[in-house]
Write a protein that binds this ligand. Structure first.
Ligand code: IPM
Ligand code: MG
Length: 368
């Protein structure tokens, strides 16, 4: 059987630095675990624009469609702020999501014990927190038509359209229920059915899928604004949250910050199964390209490392290896090693991006 294939797209800003630490773990897996990936690497975002005049070259897009999983660092930066909207770095990422049809975006928000003090909330509110936001990723207001800036009378009007079909809601609801079955069986669906027709349909379809095929799931519904409030009040009331593209964007940033640092959180974007049974998949840290600290060895590589762990689990059926990586991360945090985003505690040991990578590799060595 051929090796599992992985396309690495480090992207912009801190993307290449954090991805460098993942590449070391991939090498480690080859030499110490005998698990070899066919790895290829390419450009996405601003760096792709610099090289090709587009944030995602067609050849890169084609490669992404063929591999078992794509691992992305981050895209964007102030250098590209004035580019035309159609070639902005973010368009590269959105094209990958859309053309690979990655409709189910898994964004875990997990609070590591060693970091509970970093949250802006009280420790008992966040300690032990482990929730999963499932964000619909290929539709809604991000992609709905009509969209654009148009002339209307003597002024301009900016238009975006929130649009969801029943089948789009159905498939993301199913992915949430499937995942919930592997957790506590509890799902909360969030929309604004009080003001939006798309929200009314969302609520109806999610409930119908539950009643027809997932009667074991405990489903509740919440308006997304109340959901934001409840997430900060008592986040541990939730397990799986399923929501649309835009609300998911906002709520996942909010949930991420409950855990103390954006530098810790991975994500998986999954599509329909390919012929080999694996879902189309892209893995990326939730954090952005952080241009202010890029190139200084300050970035926290953990979110990217944990994104690779999610790839091991969801694309390669290597749950045990995924747990090994996650445990190694937990160990270095418990040892008090901290990148710049996590400094401030007494007794913490400051480390650089590669210093954190060294420690994770040492943790992995100890695990075998
Ligand atoms: C995210 C980001 C993206 C989004 C941007 C970079 C296009 O905020 O992945 O959450 O809005 O989806
Ligand atoms: Mg976002």
């Amino acid at each position: 059987m051929s090796n599992p294939s992985l396309l690495i797209l480090p992207g912009d800003g801190i993307g290449p630095e954090v991805m460098a630490e993942v590449k070391r773990i991939i090498d480690w897996m080859g030499t110490k675990r005998g698990i070899t990936f066919d790895v290829s690497e390419d450009l996405v975002g601003g760096c792709a624009y610099d090289a090709h005049g587009t944030p995602l070259h067609d050849d890169t897009m084609a490669k992404a469609q063929e591999v078992d999983a794509v691992l992305l660092g981050a895209v964007g930066g102030p250098k590209y702020d004035d580019l035309d909207f159609s070639v902005k770095p973010e368009r590269g990422l959105l094209r990958l999501r859309k053309e690979m049809d990655l409709f189910s975006n898994l964004r875990p928000a997990q609070c590591f014990d060693a970091l509970a003090d970093f949250s802006s909330l009280k420790k008992d509110v966040v300690a032990g927190l482990d929730i999963m936001i499932i964000r619909e990723l290929t539709s809604g207001v991000y992609f709905g038509e009509p969209r654009g800036i148009f002339e209307e009378g003597n002024e301009r009007v900016g238009i975006n359209t929130q649009r969801y079909t029943e089948s789009e809601i159905d498939r993301v609801a199913r992915s949430a229920f499937e995942l919930a079955r592997k957790r506590t069986g509890k799902v909360c669906s969030m929309e604004k059915a009080n003001v939006m027709e798309s929200g009314i349909l969302w609520r109806e379809v999610v409930q119908k899928v539950r009643d027809e095929d997932y009667r074991d799931i405990e489903l509740s519904h919440m308006y997304a604004d109340a959901g934001a409030m409840q997430l900060t009040r008592w986040p541990k009331q939730f397990d799986v949250i399923v929501t649309d593209n835009l609300f998911g964007d906002l709520l996942s940033d909010l949930a991420a910050m409950l855990t103390g640092s954006l530098g810790m959180l991975p994500s998986a974007s999954l599509g329909a199964p390919m012929t080999n049974g694996r879902p189309k998949a892209l893995y990326e840290p939730v954090h952005g390209s952080a241009p202010d600290i890029a190139g200084q060895g300050k970035a926290n590589p953990i979110a990217c490392v944990l994104s690779f762990a999610m790839a091991l689990r969801y694309s390669f059926d290597m749950g045990e290896e995924a747990t090994r990586v996650e445990k190694a991360v937990e160990t270095v945090l418990a040892q008090g090693l901290r990148t710049a985003d996590l400094l401030g505690e007494e007794g913490a040991t400051p480390v650089s991006t590669s210093g954190m990578g060294d420690a994770i590799l040492a943790g992995l060595d100890q695990s075998i």
